[in-house]
Write a protein that binds this ligand. Structure first.
Ligand SMILES: Nc1nc2c(ncn2[C@@H]2O[C@H](COP(=O)(O)OP(=O)(O)O)[C@@H](O)[C@H]2O)c(=O)[nH]1
Ligand SMILES: [Mg+2]
Length: 311
């Protein structure tokens, strides 16, 4: 077993931090470490909180941490949101509010570095979630801004994705157009203290009907994070979804599908790394010019890699 993992089993939080840094930096021992990590999987509940910047995701996560801790469970938070107070990007007041959790060893908060490619970040985030699971956290929360493909990718690994919307922001239509409705398992209407709640709820219900799959009804939860309202209900709905995933046939099917996608993704990454390395170090390949035929070059390079590379 990897020594970092051995240390993690003795509740060495620095080993946890080091392991996450290793996946962030795409360390050569990464896959070996992760395979050990996976064998230590303890079945934490993975929860994704996504939504537009300013929707109240971090505030919500902060409240959820308190709620989860009150139930006696431990929680790790991975913040991929560049505007998150967890990653140092927000107002001082927010950071002060989060600070109460930094001295609690039942809580681990980690922001993921945005260096490197977004695809790489998505991958590293998924690995970080698994590492937190192996460490033994009961709940692992991932906060992301739900805008692009990499966020959609991140959400593939979580059990339950909550999409946070706010009245009168127009974000729901944008999210609908971007195809993000489908990845949400439940919806949060935060800032329900502001006008426009009823209208958004009606619209949301219609959009949910248009994108619904038959096996699980998507809940809509009303929250006012600033007043700590609706957090208990939200946690209840998150747990209902978890029950569906782990205690029904449809849920099991979904989890297997998720795993299959991940295997493909890992293979794709390994091949991509290999091909790139081969091409970059191969001087005999025809160089790209402004008149290059990309199709021809792709075939030529790929065939050469198949013959000579790949080992
Ligand atoms: N009125 C109102 N403001 C809120 C609520 N929840 C969060 N906010 C405010 O919205 C702003 C953005 O919150 P934040 O949690 O950083 O959003 P994030 O970018 O989605 O993580 C902050 O100023 C919060 O105080 C709410 O329920 N009602
Ligand atoms: Mg945030």
């Amino acid at each position: 077993m990897h020594q970092l993992l051995e240390r993690m089993q003795q509740n060495d939080i620095r080993a946890l931090a080091k392991a996450i840094t290793m996946v962030e930096n795409d360390h050569p021992e990464k896959l070996e470490l992760l395979s050990d990590v996976f064998s230590q999987k303890k079945h934490a509940h993975y929860v994704g909180i996504t939504g537009s910047p300013g929707a109240g995701k971090s505030s919500l996560v902060n409240r959820l941490i308190t709620h989860i801790r009150n139930e006696g469970k431990t929680v790790a938070v991975i913040a991929v949101d560049p505007t998150s107070p967890f990653s140092g990007g927000a107002l001082l007041g927010d950071r002060v509010r989060m600070n109460q959790h930094f001295t609690d060893d039942g809580v681990y908060i980690r922001s993921m570095a945005t260096r490197g490619s977004l695809g790489g970040l998505a991958r590293a985030t998924k690995d970080a979630v698994r590492i937190c699971d192996a460490y033994g956290f009961d709940v692992v929360i991932v906060e992301t801004v739900g805008v692009g493909q990499s966020e959609l990718d991140i959400m593939k690994i979580v059990d339950t994705t909550a999409l946070v919307l706010t009245p009168n922001s127009g974000d729901v239509l944008q999210i609908f157009k971007a195809g993000i409705m489908e990845i949400a398992d439940l919806f949060v209407i935060n800032k329900a203290d502001l006008p426009g709640y009823g209208k958004l709820k009606a619209l949301l219900k219609e959009l949910i009907m248009m994108t619904a799959t038959a096996d699980h009804e998507k809940a809509i939860v009303k929250t006012v994070t600033t007043e700590n309202k609706g957090i208990d209900k939200l946690w209840e709905k998150i747990n209902d979804h978890h029950d569906y995933l782990y205690n029904t046939k449809a849920g099991t099917k979904r989890r297997i599908m998720q795993q299959e996608l991940e295997v493909y993704e890992l293979i794709r990454e390994e091949i991509w790394r290999d091909v790139t390395k081969f091409i970059e170090s191969n001087d005999e390949l025809a160089a790209i010019t402004e008149n290059s035929d990309p199709y021809k070059l792709a075939i030529e390079w790929y065939e050469k890699w198949k013959k000579e590379g790949g080992n």
